[in-house]
Design a binder for this molecule. Sequence first.
Ligand code: FAD
Length: 381
Amino acid sequence: MVLTEDQKALQESARRFARERLLPDYQKREKLGVLDRDLLREMGRLGLIGVDLPERLGGLGADAVTTGIIAEELAYGDFNVSAVPVGVSLNAAILIRHAQPAVVEEWVPRMIRGEAVVAICLTEPRGGSDASNLQLRARRDGDHYIINGEKTSITFADRADAYLIFARTGRPEDGAKGVSAFFIPAETPGIQRTHFDDVGSAIIGRGSVFFDDVKVPASHRLGDEGKGFTQVMQGFDYSRALIALQCCGAAQASLDEAWAYAQEREAFGRPIGQFQGVSFPLAEGESHIAAVRQLSYHALALRDAGQPHTAEAAMVKWMGPKTAFDVIHQCLLTFGHYGWSKDLPHQQRMRDVMGLEIGDGTAGIMKLVIARHRIGRAAVQ
Ligand SMILES: Cc1cc2nc3c(=O)[nH]c(=O)nc-3n(C[C@H](O)[C@H](O)[C@H](O)COP(=O)(O)OP(=O)(O)OC[C@H]3O[C@@H](n4cnc5c(N)ncnc54)[C@H](O)[C@@H]3O)c2cc1C
């Protein structure tokens, strides 16, 4: 992919920030398990959050490819921190498209400045893959809705400032057609949240959000009643390609470290990089990551050109985390016994990228999307 001068400048700025500010404390942040709000504000000041959002709201009005470049570069330094701008690009775009102007004016600039984190709540205890088959209830009550139910497995659950939720306003038998979306500030009475003890990504966290008679003004509904699911779900093609690029960034960091080590570590009287048993698996990793990267940027370029990219986004969404996991694993092995230590970042990167083999849709569901793209609803079963 050939970058424009503007893209190169932003890439350079994100790269410097990722390598100087993020990478040195990647593991320290994970041990603390805290989302560093000062760091997010610093990223906001540097223009690294919401680059694709309109300038009038604080963004740079950049394209999807540029947003992908930032996601990849930041993930090189800290996979979990890079999830924040990806979430902002997804959620703020939903607000801009579907929320009342007052909600947009109040929240989107704060998100771009790194001052507000919004969680997107779709999954429920009964399941996430069959996403439209949800039960959390929103009952109309005059000019309000009353929300009751539980969302679970929600990224940022206990640290979000607001929630973008999907609730059933119609009958269960109406499926996706009976679902509406709402925007709910976290301090709204009746909300409780929990925190899960996860395999990775501790700083962004995951948990359940409980809604107990939560009163939401009708003006906080996103899109039309009963159309929230179909309208809002469209943004996921975008975040899927961005997630794949996050995975490429994390894998590239491990690859770079493994190549460096292969040149300095000696065995049998020579640098281990001279053994094809060491260098070829890394060369394969470079190849696989380059392929996922190019397809991810292709999906984003299609998006920028206003062309369909659902299948491409689904392809990289399943390949990205899996390929990155395998490549990082190989890098860990390159370090021999040192790789097995938590002092090195490879084990953490493996755990972090693995989460996205499930989050935002599993490989099984992505393959279903691709199959549907080829043979239509015949591929549903
Ligand atoms: C790190 C992480 C972050 C997450 N963040 C969020 C978030 O912010 N917001 C949110 O709403 N949710 C979030 N989730 C939840 C995630 O979207 C769901 O876990 C996911 O959609 C799968 O749903 P499930 O776990 O209920 O699995 P199930 O739907 O119960 O599926 C179980 C298994 O069956 C497979 N399966 C199910 N149906 C099919 C089929 N038709 N064909 C093939 N295989 C199938 C699945 O692939 C999976 O392997 C997150 C999850 C993780 C791990």
